[in-house]
Ligand binder design. Structure first.
Ligand code: NAD
Ligand code: DAU
Length: 348
């Protein structure tokens, strides 16, 4: 039986990865390590928490002694590292929190893996889940490839870039067997409503303004979260050591066009007159250092591992809206308390 550590498994993407591994690989013992920050939520994985091959561990990756003890105790064979501070806007107001979790936290995991594997790397793997934001911003043309130079612009992307560099450095210097993936914007069920898609779904339901930053012409490449989890499974099992793979949706949207599509789909679902939700669109002050455009060339993972997205954006968005409309309790729980304070500060 293999012992696999997944960090950040109570968050958005991590919960889909944990579910996939726990249900698809009964011969793996899955440990989900999560500090349960504002973004972590055990409700995201309540359906699998009684599975015999699943253990939840509450803990902070910034605590080096705790991480060392955990690795010594369980002798993990593999690590999938997703735990992170993940929201660009929060990184602008509190950059140090991003250095702590994303850089120091990753270092602690690398050191612990290096210690227990002690140069016997057969069957071991450290998989670092990263973002396309490390490449900076594109102009109107071009795509990010695996060889695009790093050029991060926000404290979030700078901290992720730093952690990617440390993972590579541990591979080069100590021979640690690693893989890294850099993925584009995810959307789907269980997404915390601070990010564009779930925040706007929540606001449309509640007839609240839809705060579009700047002129709304910023472009992102959107991928359904379950397709990301499928790609992560594939890279963990079939990716080559010391390689990076870009993951993306082949699906670029300007924010304003995405928001209008979302409004149309929500009007239909909520039985509103067509055009009603669009009236909520409100242009607000831009995000400082806002990256103009992200777009991924995912041909490497497609050619080498045969991965491609399984749903169109319209299908994925409809599944996402349906999930939020039938999980009002979830939305209610995550938008009470501290969320209200955050919202006031960010959007007032
Ligand atoms: P998220 O914010 O939804 O979840 C992060 C999880 O990490 C939470 O459960 C949180 O409790 C946990 N966590 C945070 N700090 C921790 C700490 N110090 N110790 C232990 N656990 C901690 O994030 P997400 O959107 O699911 O992103 C997961 C990973 O994927 C991140 O590394 C992110 O950079 C990367 N990524 C995200 C996207 C996206 O669109 N969301 C795209 C590409 C890459
Ligand atoms: O590209 C991958 C990255 O995608 C991940 O690494 C990050 O963890 C994830 O948060 C996401 O970053 P973005 O900054 O692109 O996502 P966000 O949903 O915050 O914003 C998407 C776009 O929408 C961006 O151009 C900013 C804009 N936006 C966002 C919010 C929250 C608005 O116009 N209004 C808003 O209220």
């Amino acid at each position: 039986m293999k012992k696999i550590l997944i960090t950040g498994g109570a968050g958005f993407i991590g919960s889909h990865v944990v579910r996939r591994f726990v249900t698809k690989y009964p011969n793996y013992q899955i440990f989900n390590l999560d500090a349960l920050t504002y973004a972590g939520n055990l409700e995201n994985i309540a359906d699998i928490d009684k599975s015999p091959n699943y253990t939840f561990v509450k803990g902070d990756i910034v605590d080096a002694d705790f991480i060392t003890d955990l690795f010594q105790k369980h002798q993990f064979d593999g690590v999938l590292h997703l735990a992170a501070e993940s929201h660009v806007d929060r990184s602008i107001t509190d950059p140090l929190a991003f250095v702590k979790t994303n850089v120091i936290g990753t270092m602690n995991l690398l050191n612990a893996a290096k210690m227990i594997w002690a140069n016997n790397f057969e069957g071991k793997r450290f998989y670092h889940i990263s973002t396309d934001e490390v490449y900076g911003s594109l102009g109107a043309e071009g795509l990010f490839t695996e060889t695009t130079p790093y050029d991060p612009n926000s404290p979030y992307s700078a901290s992720k870039a730093s952690s990617d560099h440390f993972v590579r450095a541990y591979g080069e210097t100590y021979g640690l067997p690693y893989v890294i993936t850099n993925c584009s914007n995810n959307y789907g069920p269980n997404h915390f409503p601070e990010k564009l898609v779930p925040l706007f779904i929540h606001n449309i339901i509640n007839n609240k303004p839809l705060p579009v930053y700047g002129d709304g012409k910023y472009t992102r490449d959107w991928l359904f979260v379950i397709d990301h989890a499928i790609a992560i499974d594939l890279v963990f099992h079939e990716g080559k050591n010391h390689e990076t793979y870009n993951i993306g949706g082949f699906n670029e949207w300007q924010n304003i066009d995405l928001v209008k599509l979302l409004c149309r789909q929500m009007d239909a679902k909520l039985g509103r007159v067509a055009g009603e939700s669009e009236k909520l669109i409100t242009y607000v002050k831009d995000r400082p250092g806002h990256d103009l455009r992200y777009a991924i060339d995912a041909s490497k993972i497609n050619k080498e591992l045969g991965w491609k997205p399984s749903v169109t954006f319209e299908q994925g968005l409809e599944k996402t809206i349906d999930w939020y409309l039938s999980n009002e309790d979830w939305l209610q729980h995550v938008t009470s308390g501290a969320y209200q304070e955050y919202y006031q500060k960010q959007y007032s």
